[in-house]
Ligand binder design. Structure first.
Ligand code: F3S
Length: 427
């Protein structure tokens, strides 16, 4: 890999041992990937600190959070003092909501460690957005901007919908990018790798958020880590629809980029989306495919008594909270069910001011931040059957938490929360 003078100086230790370790990691990583050089980035989204049990143990045994950063963000053979982030960096989702720890069955000792992690993040100059959807709360990269982001649903959103450029980074490469402002120049940073591979012709109208989630789930399973191009759009999708499409496609497959012809920024025409190439496969998406996706995403669900309704995967936008409140206002969550809605911290503040938090709480639900049931492994005690409006969460929750999960519309889920029973159906 070719390094410029600045990068070589970092590798030679000019900026201290932590930056040296970070540059060393990026050179090893980039070389393994076949990257010829690094690229500058001023937008990194990653995770530091120790909210997971094994990381907490590691911090306790090895002397604190610099030890965790050294081992798990820098792959360093020794503990180094970690300086402030060199470039604009944001923290992704964490392992719990400290304001609702008791409800999440998390002990006060863990909350104390969590607060220490927050202080550590602030000391490093990393923005505590604490969400899987940073693009909803002020971190909105522009077309062509080179980024270094983790979190599959966020990676696909900023590549496809915003036209920014990132690969799906890991904790290590994102941590190293925070300290150097560099990331290997390969994969989706390169124009020639951003063209479509599979053409998806829509034979039906894809209208609702749930419809977009099903489409994403279906497409992801087929294309895996390639780039689908959606053609035949009849309605302009909004942020939640594209967010759910991408999150689902990144779950059933490993999709990091897609195009919607006439909609997303690198796809003004089909030819532009395909970069003039022929698709390796053309897939038609009609009613039969939509039904198949619905059945696939609902495979774990059997019992109709619902213990837990989880909304906000990816974290809800203010628009989605508003929509849920319209469905919920004036009703009561069933005594046999719990309703938890997840959103970024900044959005919760807005929801507090707009009265939405009160509507949710008056109904017996809770608006939570920072984490989600799959990542934080937090659920009401005794949950056996959950209901979600996210294909991604329906994919992961049964695997991670061993529960059944119903997938449906937000209205289906609110209905389940109020009645304690699942009555959603393919429609
Ligand atoms: Fe976010 Fe959790 Fe879903 S981190 S994308 S809400 S699995």
């Amino acid at each position: 890999m070719r390094l410029n003078d600045e990068e070589q100086a970092m590798l030679d230790g000019r900026d201290g041992p932590a930056v040296q370790r970070a540059m060393d990691l990026l050179v090893r990583y980039g070389t393994a990937l076949g990257a010829e050089r690094l690229v500058d980035t001023n937008n990194v989204c990653g995770t530091v600190g120790a909210t997971m049990p094994f990381l907490r143990d590691y911090a306790t045994k090895h002397g604190g959070l610099d030890a965790v950063f050294s081992e798990f963000n820098l792959d360093s053979p020794d503990v180094v003092a970690v300086p402030k982030a060199r470039v604009f960096s944001s923290h992704l989702q964490q392992g719990l909501d400290p304001e609702h720890a008791e409800r999440q069955n998390v002990g006060t000792d863990i909350v104390t460690l969590y607060r220490a992690g927050e202080a550590y993040t602030a000391k490093l100059g990393i923005q505590p957005l604490n969400t899987c959807a940073p693009y909803q709360v002020g971190n909105v990269p522009v077309k062509g901007e080179h980024c270094a982001w983790m979190e599959s649903s966020a990676v696909i959103y900023i590549n496809a919908v915003l036209g920014a450029r990132t690969n799906a980074e890991g904790r290590e490469s994102a941590g190293a990018a925070m300290l150097t402002g560099k990331i290997p120049y390969w994969g989706l940073h390169l124009e020639e790798n951003r063209g479509g591979t599979h053409l998806i012709e829509l034979d039906i109208d894809v209208k609702t958020v749930a419809d977009w989630g099903l489409l994403g789930y279906y497409v992801g399973e087929i294309v895996q880590d390639r780039i689908p191009v959606i053609n035949g759009l009849r309605h302009v999708p909004n942020l939640p629809k594209l967010k759910h499409f991408g999150a689902a496609a990144a779950s059933s497959g490993g999709v990091e980029m897609y195009h919607v012809v006439g909609q997303t920024p690198e796809a003004p025409t089909l030819d532009a989306a395909m970069r003039g190439r022929k698709p390796v496969e053309t897939i038609r998406y009609g009613e039969a495919e939509r039904r198949l996706a619905y059945e696939r995403v609902n495979t774990t669900a059997k019992h109709t008594e619902v213990d837990f309704v989880m909304l906000g995967c990816p974290h809800y936008s203010i628009e989605q909270i508003w929509e849920a409140c319209q469905l919920l206002e004036g009703q009561r969550v069933s005594p046999d069910t719990e309703l938890w809605i997840f959103t970024p911290r900044a959005t919760k503040q807005l929801a507090d001011q707009a009265g939405y938090t009160k509507i949710i709480e008056d109904a017996g639900g809770v608006l939570m931040t920072d984490t989600c049931s799959s990542v934080g492994r937090v659920m009401p005690k005794g949950t056996r059957v959950a209901a979600v409006d996210s294909a991604k969460q329906a994919h992961y929750l049964p695997a991670i938490m061993g529960v059944e999960a119903w997938f449906g519309t937000t209205a289906d889920c609110i209905q389940a929360a109020v009645t304690g029973r699942w009555s959603g159906a393919f429609a």
